[in-house]
Design a protein around this ligand. Sequence first.
Ligand SMILES: Nc1ncnc2c1ncn2[C@@H]1O[C@H](COP(=O)(O)OP(=O)(O)OP(=O)(O)O)[C@@H](O)[C@H]1O
Ligand SMILES: [Mg+2]
Length: 455
Amino acid sequence: MILVIDDDSGVRSSLQFMLKRAGYAVQVVPGPREAMEMVRAEAPDLILMDMNFTLSTSGEEGLTLLKQVKLFRPDVPVILMTAWGSIELAVMGMRAGAFDFVTKPWNNAALLQRIETALELRHVVRNGGDASAVGKLERSGIIGQSKALTEVLDVVARIAPTNASVLVTGESGTGKELIAEAIHANSQHAGKPFVKVNLGGISQSLFESEMFGHRKGAFTDAVADRQGRFELADGGTIFLDEIGELDLSCQVKLLRVLQDQTFEPLGDSHPRKVNVRVVSATNADLRAMVSARTFREDLFYRINLITIKLPALRERREDIPLLARYFADRQAEQNALPRVEFSPEALDFLSRLPYPGNIRELKNLVERTVLMCGKKRLEASDFELGNLAQDTSARPASNASPSFAGMTLDEIERQTILQALSSHRNNLTQVASALGISRAALYRRLEKYDIKIND
Ligand SMILES: Nc1ncnc2c1ncn2[C@@H]1O[C@H](COP(=O)(O)OP(=O)(O)OP(=O)(O)O)[C@@H](O)[C@H]1O
Ligand SMILES: [Mg+2]
């Protein structure tokens, strides 16, 4: 049973109608007193609750009710409804344990989806892990058998089929994008588009046209109609990579579309409706950014009904031999080389490196060594060399400046970026910090100089 609490009789009856038509049993009550009576008598499966009761515009009454409900029925998911203008109230509610929030006027389809997701996740949590789920998981090239990785895959298996928004966190190179792809491959949206957007690479002025599209003539450079990423992702998954890089003005625009899955292309007043699963990734600490007010708290709650934290490679060293063999086999295959073996000492050596660049670093080291050595059996010393070559190139080249003679400023900048990319094995976070610029600024330059990164 779904319990609807709202003091507006029009809202109550339209929600009741909509929910009944969707097949749910529904009870409606006008205020906190009646709500608590109901909640005491029977546990609803879900509560849909207005935060703004007429008596207190501050929302205090709604917040108090939420806290009482949570005390009495901690396991019942509560979805809050607030006006867009008082979304701060929803944020306070989320801190107090609400599961999710919608803004009024609500979009029926989006609301039904939130309800369905809440009920599905409740089921998933209650019934715990299904051991066979991991076995059935389409692993999309995710290698490893460590406990740390298996736990992650268990969560992926359980939440992929729901529509819940997922935030994937972890250090650079831990496989966030791979996990995002696995979530998509195991979702109801598999086979539909998986659209990746690098939010670190989008300048503020381009954000809207990139995400929402534009009509021809919407602005000077809009020479033709263009579909935005949300439209391209319709029916599938949108992967919002580097979401911590998004500036505040873009955050609010993103929140709006995530809120009710509608948006308007630039230069077009017809709202578009989409059905898109949202998976985001970051290596930033979004909670700290929320405290520092550089990341909107409402957006934070909107993008992570579920958080998946990926372990660093040093926390799952037992996977290193497996990964090394996998990367070596693929490299040999791609270059039509004979299969390569590792001596036990080589695997032991590899298993003990620190890997600040995580799996990407291991992958690059193995691939480079396979190519450089051209041997059938790799020894520890082969990797020592490869690893050493890496370290020296990571130092700033002291002879860099003379070679710049006769170059334009742009050429020097381009060369400097290329050099930093190779020194830091294309790790953009490290490159940006080595160059003393933000990742967003780095992306703009990569675009400007048409530098393509292959992973
Ligand atoms: N478990 C794994 N098995 C096989 N390959 C992996 C695994 N995890 C990561 N990789 C590989 O390591 C590289 C880095 O992974 P990915 O791009 O997903 O990392 P990321 O966390 O998104 O990094 P960044 O924060 O730098 O964007 C990719 O080439 C990916 O295919
Ligand atoms: Mg990534």
